[in-house]
Design a protein. Sequence first.
Lengths: 255, 247
Amino acid sequence: MKALLQRWAPAAFLLLALGLLWEWASRSGAVPPYLLPAPSRIAAVLVEDFASFAPAWGFTLQVTFGALGLACLSGLLGAAAFALAPALERALLPLAVALQVTPLVAIAPLILIYVDDPLAALLVCAWVVAFFPILANTLAGLRAADAGLQELFRLYRATPLQRLRWLLLPGAAPYFLAGLRVGAGLALIGAVVAEFTAGAAGHQTGLASRLLEAMFRTDMPRMFAALALIMASGLGLQAAVALLERLWIGRWHGR
Amino acid sequence: MSPLLELEQLSLRFGALPVLQGLSLQLQPGERLALLGPSGCGKSTVLRVLSGLLAPGGGQLRLLRPLRFGSVFQQPTLLPWASVEDNVALPLRLQGMARKAARAQARPLLERVGLAGFAQALPHQLSGGMQMRAAFARALVNAPDVLLLDEPFGALDEITRERLGQELLAWCAARPELALVLVTHSVFEAMALADRVLLLGPRPSRVLLELDVKGQRSGPEWTRQDAYFALVRQAQQALADALREAA
């Protein structure tokens, strides 16, 4: 309990102080409220309009988690395939790098044209940015296996699959999770950016559309409310990955 | 008695660097052989040839029959995420044995090396000496014909080293047919643990001297006897001569 307090108290105090300062600045008129609405006002809007925000939030999360799931699956499978067949890596990795270094906003319009289903198009956009860090990190982890253990597995005539299952994959877990941490943040960014580019295409829309609508109407409290939900989603994702890390590799990694 | 394995005129080079030159050795069932030599003389390379990890460049390796090897390196080399029990059971799992059966077979080995109470512990929770015990248990778990030991006490402190060496002899006594090849640069360790010692010269290595330890060993407390120290001195002298010649 004390350790928990020591860990989080400074950040909580700073946040509280900033929030109070912001509230005061807005209420006292030091900053016009139509430029910077008070936190209490934003919270009120969030509660009042939750019926409108909830489906949008759900949609954005759906795209984010869907893309992240696909990125995990393809990143893991890709890294395992590359580790088993280096020729495959030499052929495909440049392509993956090319996809990674091209800004999402530049590829998104193409994807939106090529992929008919709007949800699928957004998923592809978010996957494109989340996939590479997971692939690259996992691959680095598969390569980092201890030389002595590699020799041991050779001595006992382990098959390539046994080596992958009992040596390479467990050893790559910390690297995969580091990639997941980056990939999770990027998947959310990808989901929001792709929706910005798509505009209000499908009948279902996410938080980015709420943000755009509010912007067109210069409805500042609603803009901040949508922004708050996006930020909360990102923080929640990071916390979830941290928890996963502790449960999965906390017992042995870094000791 | 026909030898368990036989290495004849082994020569090996790494690129342009000749490592071994015309090295021959035989290993009898149940025999404890030590390869003693200065570091970098290619002792570990001989082990890798014996276990089949490295093809002999020149010369021949003959096995009496397909042999099973167990190995212990200078480092414990345990899977950090797996329990001690699962680490010890690993060679069996790699042979295709089911988890439950492999664990059941690992348990008596854990007991023999004194780790029965630590079956569920992770390697990082053990001391260095205990980790080496786990490595020995793993090397013994699949009932090997030959145990290959590559400086297995090198990373341990003096007291643990001597104790673990004596315990190793006790563990091996339970399996009289188990042969053992010990690579070491410690003259004392070689004379204390081996039946026969091959003294290797500096690179490119060949056998400088063969010492029969078993024939001189009698009774307990071997490492306190004059004959033991005489052998140690003889090996040290031969090593010093060879190094002077090379320089």
